[in-house]
Design a protein. Sequence first.
Length: 219
Amino acid sequence: MHTTSVCRMGYVTSPQPSSCAKERVELDRHVGHGRLAEEPDLVKLPYLQRIINETLWCFRAPLLVPHESSNYRTIGGYDVPPSTMLIVNAWSIHRYPKVWEDPESSRPERYEGLEREVEAYNFIPFGRGRRFCPRAGLANRVMGLALATLIQCFEWERISEKEVDLTEGTGLTMPKVKAIRGYVQSSGVHVKCPFKALIIALISSCIFVASQCCSLHFL
Ligand code: HEM
């Protein structure tokens, strides 16, 4: 998993226009400038969900939680006896070139019209089947609202012309070899909001998601 190639596993260039810019257009069109995005808006923001999908696809922990087989099974030609520990390699499935076109690049657009595939076993950031994450819907909504808020409230840009180094290090949570750094500048859009503390908490918890999909860096 450790590579320095020019791809989403290593150095990444911002697509033109950037995912962030596209999302800002979507937000401007469906939410406007006078308020922050709210939960009912999320259904009108498909590109936002595609950014989240792509981020989960690229950067979530590479392995799903271990499971133990209860019966004898044959999987992919391998005999699996009962009480065998099974660990699904989501990282590898998400980069399988026979399933995913251009798996090395970061493109939220890949989910356009692919909703059925996203439902299938090829996209498994939340696991699949009986033990599927029961709060995937909640997580998606929280990430969506946090990310929408971040894009509405801030201008996002790289701190230099230098490409962002997203080279993966080793470890269960896929840390970066080089810490992501940068600064945040207010977009000048002032939105009155009674939930500032909540938004700050959401922003903190979603800094990773936003920094990945917008190629933004934080100090
Ligand atoms: C981006 C956020 C999240 C991701 C990527 C995620 C991913 C996962 C994964 C991969 C599993 C294991 C699936 C399997 O066993 O194959 C899981 C299970 C679980 N998740 Fe999440 N999850 C997220 C957020 C949450 C949240 C917010 C909650 C609760 C509020 C939650 C509650 C659970 C529970 C209770 C299980 C165990 C389900 C079971 O074993 O039957 N998850 N999650």
